[in-house]
Design a protein. Structure first.
Length: 158
């Protein structure tokens, strides 16, 4: 009797593992753009292990020489992001963690990039990602900054 229950449990766990692994393979972008220094952007074709995404929106902001929440000053061409206060509360520290963002609207729909979290966006809700100018333009495609707001899917890289 116990071996039969054990066998059933093994099969159930295997099915669960396959169920959660399949969507991850579809989520991997073919090319991920990231910034390796403050001025040098490169195309990175290595696969990145990504968390399941959440749907939200993205806007952009200018750095204006202001020190970000994580302690540094950045230029507008750096692939950085600001997240809602939620991610900085309760002992959480998202500083220098990377997120992937995939455009779901605009002329750049389907484009994916990786940005580093360096700032807190006081007016953002949990699903909102505020990007520096350059990564926002990259996601917006030919829509450029005029689009103002993009629908996105995003999550943490691991």
């Amino acid at each position: 009797m116990n071996s039969r229950i054990t066998s059933i449990l093994i099969v159930l766990f295997a099915l669960l593992a396959l169920t959660f692994a399949a969507p991850m393979a579809d989520a991997l972008p073919e090319a991920i753009s990231e910034v390796v220094s403050e001025t040098e952007a490169v195309e990175d074709t290595r696969p990145v292990l990504m968390s399941r995404g959440m749907w939200g929106k993205s806007t952009y902001y200018y750095q204006n020489g202001v020190t970000a929440k994580c302690g540094q000053v950045y230029q507008d061409n750096v692939y950085i992001a600001a997240l809602a206060p939620y991610y900085f509360e309760g002992g959480r520290n998202p500083c220098n963690k990377r997120i992937w963002i995939k455009a779901q609207s605009g002329k750049g729909k389907g484009r994916t990039l990786v940005a580093t979290v360096v700032d807190r966006c006081a007016g953002c809700v949990r699903e909102h990602v505020d990007l520096a100018v350059e990564p926002f333009k990259r996601l917006a495609g030919d829509s450029g900054l005029d689009i103002g707001v993009l629908q996105i899917e995003w999550g943490w890289t691991n």
